[in-house]
Ligand binder design. Structure first.
Ligand code: PGA
Length: 244
């Protein structure tokens, strides 16, 4: 049985108080979901306080990025060892905002995945095509290239992949069922036994339908993960779809 995983990507949201309040609420409200791996990825600066709050809960902690060197003169960067030392078990790597706003290249992402694994952090590798690439019929080639490059020679047993079509992120409109199913089937043929999450405008209203797709093993949720109510509803809908 493939693991089911739902991760919250809080991006650059909240101040310390709000992050703590939201984590406390989630700890209480999401308490009963034991058959889904739940992960919260807050800003780096909230990781340490959140790790003591979430230590005795079913919610695991993840970073949103890391740098691929162990240590040194890299002002503003955060290492895998640092993430580990504040209680992270997961780390998002290659998110489309990192690729497009901060110009991360496939080679950087490959190094980051390897560094995460070296430190026993589970990478959540984000892949996905832009609208232009989809219109030019390059979506499958792009996704394959991203996968092959990032995961070349790595032990896949600790890896999680998130398919996040760039054009669906933060727009409020998720990719349609057929698009998600086609890409998830394609990715699962390339990567045996690797959980594949869908991300891009997942919300309570569309999570049941998306979760009815066999090869969708969970979600990476941005906007709708900032509120406990909507995040909880997404988990409930996901579970309902998998049990029906
Ligand atoms: P969204 O973000 O749910 O707000 O579209 C998802 C993500 O970027 O991981």
């Amino acid at each position: 049985m493939m693991r089911n995983i739902i991760a919250a990507n809080w991006k650059m949201h909240f101040d310390l108080d709000t992050a703590i309040q939201t984590a406390l609420q989630m700890k209480e409200e999401l308490n009963g979901f034991n058959d889904v791996e739940l992960i919260v990825c807050p800003s780096f600066v909230f990781l340490h306080p959140l790790s003591s709050i979430l230590r005795s809960s079913n919610i695991k902690l993840g970073g949103q990025n890391l740098y691929f060197e162990d240590k040194g003169a890299f002002t503003g960067e955060v290492s895998a060892g640092m993430l580990k030392s504040v209680g992270c078990e997961y780390v998002i790597i290659g998110h489309s905002e990192r690729r497009h706003i901060f110009s991360e290249k496939d080679i950087d992402i490959q190094k980051k995945v390897r560094k995460a694994l070296e430190y026993n952090l589970k990478p959540i590798l984000c892949i996905g095509e832009t609208l232009k690439q989809r219109k030019e019929n390059k979506a499958f080639d792009v996704v394959e290239r991203q996968i092959v490059s990032a995961l070349d020679g790595v032990d896949l047993s600790k890896v999680i992949v998130a398919y996040e079509p760039v054009w669906a992120i933060g727009t409020g409109v998720a990719a349609d069922r057929q698009t998600v199913e086609e890409m998830h089937n394609f990715v699962s043929n390339l990567l045996d036994d690797v959980p594949i999450l869908y991300g891009g405008s997942v919300k309570p209203e569309n999570s049941y339908e998306l979760a009815t797709i066999n090869s969708v093993n969970g979600f990476l949720v941005g906007t709708a993960s900032l509120k406990t109510d909507s995040f909880k509803k997404i988990i409930e809908e996901f579970k309902k779809a998998k049990e029906d």
